[in-house]
Ligand binder design. Structure first.
Ligand SMILES: Cc1ncc(COP(=O)(O)O)c(C=O)c1O
Length: 413
């Protein structure tokens, strides 16, 4: 038998199974109400529309859609995406768009072409778990900057960069999710977006704006996308069909500076030759025939109702010591319990009460977030949301009572 422990590369030896995926296995039981996943609601998938599109595609151009495609992606889709982005204030050329298998692949390709072991990058605290997983696989040194309700703390970012410069460890890029962040739901203000670009220019850094949720706005005005404020070609923007069509297609797109997109394209060639052309043609028809706009309006209505149901239930049942934000879009609400509580320690009790969340500390690359959790409002039904929040409130209250009793009890000799 081959002893792989001896033969794995150094890089692979450092790769670990995601602890969160292990936790999530616990919640596969059907009677658990899960606020843990980041999943769209399957009832909102455009099944009939997709069936019609697929039949048309096979009838009209079967030989083309079932063939290999170019690594950059299907031309008509890239053009349609550039048009769609222009309509949202982003003046981009379709040549600067690379179609990837999910934004997750774009994060992997980006790491592959940008990172040598121990290279520094900046991420938020908290930040998206899948991104830190990709960066870790390429042995990045991740430095974190706090994310507040209005996005990354700019003073802390400046301080961090000043320090890193002194140490000769300036980052290669700053990774941000500016709109309805996963996990915190935070959205960066327009002023801070401009400031972020100024800081990046000052230190000559690339900014990676990962933006899977900006289409899912239920309230308030759209904030300017970083790439539309950038006249210095220092933003890579990642978008995906996962949350607006269906994640099963694994179609996403990266838009950015020519040199970077070209290098990512070369790296992609060695990875998988091309993104599945069939799915790309489905996505193309979905946009060009206006189905996406209609579908988006439909899912936004559904998700907004769920969001309001969850916020109302939290208002009704959660103890007043618990704090949470009220995001105007996306899929997540960020919950902060009193500081002395630990959501990881509380997790089994929540499972006993048949409700699940993601422990907040998983989203921090440094220590922190032990009293926080991420809850998703798009996947469960409204009935489940009401029931699940009531159960979660019960677990939190009981945990608060236990900790209070512990604190009051005299120290034993
Ligand atoms: C911030 C962020 N980036 C990237 C992804 C991955 O998306 P995709 O399904 O396109 O790989 C997700 C998925 O939840 C996400 O939340």
């Amino acid at each position: 038998m081959v002893n792989f422990e001896e033969k794995f590369s150094e890089r692979a030896s450092k790769m670990k199974r995601s602890e969160i995926r292990e936790l999530l296995k616990l919640i596969q039981q059907p009677d658990i109400i899960s606020f843990a996943g980041g999943l769209p609601n399957p009832k909102a998938f455009p099944v009939e529309e997709t069936r019609k599109i697929i039949n048309e595609l096979l009838d009209e151009k079967g030989e083309k859609v079932l063939q290999y495609g170019s690594t950059e992606g299907v031309g008509p889709l890239r053009k349609e995406l550039a048009k769609m982005m222009k309509g949202r204030g982003m003046d981009v050329d379709h040549e600067n768009i690379l179609i990837t298998h999910g934004s997750q692949q774009a994060l992997d390709l980006l790491s592959k072409v940008m990172l040598d072991p121990d290279d520094t990058i900046i991420v938020g605290s908290p930040t998206y778990l899948g991104a830190t997983g990709a960066f870790r696989a390429f042995e990045a040194n991740m430095e974190s900057v706090p994310v507040n309700e209005d996005g990354m703390d700019m003073d802390m970012l400046r301080k961090k960069l000043k320090n890193l410069k002194k140490k000769g460890k300036l980052p290669k890029f700053i990774y941000v999710v500016l709109t309805f962040q996963n996990p915190s739901g935070a959205t960066m203000t327009a002023e801070k977006r401009k400031e972020l670009l100024e800081v990046a220019a000052e230190y000559d850094l690339l900014i990676v704006e990962d933006s899977p949720y900006s289409h899912l706005r239920y309230e308030g005005e759209e904030k300017p996308h970083l790439i539309s404020l950038d006249d210095d070609d220092r933003v890579l923007r990642l978008e995906t069909f996962s949350k607006i069509l269906a994640p099963g297609f694994r179609i996403a797109w990266a838009t950015g500076p020519t040199d970077l997109i070209e290098k990512m394209c070369i790296a992609k060639q060695a990875t998988d030759l091309c993104t599945n052309p069939f799915g790309q043609y489905v996505a193309y028809k979905y946009i060009s025939e206006g189905i996406m706009d209609e579908h988006l309006e439909k899912i936004k209505k559904i998700y907004n109702k769920k969001r309001l149901t969850m916020l109302e239930a939290m208002e009704e049942h959660f103890p007043e010591e618990v704090k949470w934000n009220k995001p105007n879009g996306g899929m997540f609400i960020w919950v902060e319990l009193p500081e002395h509580l630990n959501t990881r320690e509380m997790f089994d009790k929540a499972i006993d009460e048949k409700v699940a969340y993601v422990v907040g500390d998983a989203f921090f690359v440094d220590d922190g977030g032990y009293n926080t959790m991420r809850i998703n409002f798009t996947h469960s039904s409204e009935e489940e949301i009401k029931k699940g929040i009531k159960s979660l409130a019960k677990v939190i209250k009981e945990e608060m009572d236990i900790i209070e009793v512990k604190e009051e009890s005299p120290i034993s000799p």
